[in-house]
Write a protein that binds this ligand. Sequence first.
Ligand code: ATP
Length: 263
Amino acid sequence: ADWPTRGAIDVKILTVRYAADDEPILKNLTFSINAQEKIGIVGRTGAGKSTLSLAFLRILDHIDGTICIDDIDTSKIGLRDLRSNLTIIPQDPVLFSGTVRSNLDPFNESDDAALWAALKASHFLETLQDAATTSTPSEDASSSLSAASTVGSDDTASLIKPSTTPVLPAFTLNDTVTDSGSNFSQGRRQLLCIARALLRTPRVVILDGATASVDNLTDAAIQKNYPCTVLTVAHRLRTIVDFDRVLVLDKGEVVEYEYPDRL
Ligand code: ATP
């Protein structure tokens, strides 16, 4: 439960196949990510971006090479531990039928202030505000970005501090989630998953980011705000300036790993 403590990642000659006799989809990937670094993973369709995130959780069987996190070889960690200690936000997450509260906090471990703070930190509340006041979503996103970057917290605990009562009377923690979340847009489901993750102080988050519905908001939330290592799979190449570094995959190989201003 104490792992990972920092979120430093070291990938060495990682080769991944979907079946033993197949050609590898990822070939000899070697790269390191510093703790708390925010990495964008880009590359054309089929390059292997999603496959890389599956390899982190060992959802695939044919993995050679190593993925170490905080100097622990992840292949030596039990699947249950591995998957409960790394956070993956999938492209199209499914929620539980129930309420917003039961989705965020299934075991009733957090008080309302913490839940609201997580919803705020994930930028979920902003999407409601945007919908209520709507003008130009992209401008809303950039103004929220600058607001978020002023948070500048070193620790999740201080990020998730009790906040003031939100100004959105139409939305409550007891709002119903129906049909596995289909009453929320895909983008909002992702943000709710991020909020749930924030409550648990993750050190490594892998975000399969393809949310047309909230534009860059998902990425913005996690990149600017959050004291953990983040790998964002960017299926559509949009802005890359918000990442600390960008890993470019092509046909299963790393072709660049650079600071955005040098690409
Ligand atoms: P996109 O941006 O289009 O989602 P991607 O970079 O995420 O692409 P992957 O989904 O990782 O790419 O796929 C990489 C390669 O692996 C593709 O050639 C794909 O056909 C192949 N692949 C994906 N899933 C499987 C599977 N279950 N079995 C066999 N091959 C697969």
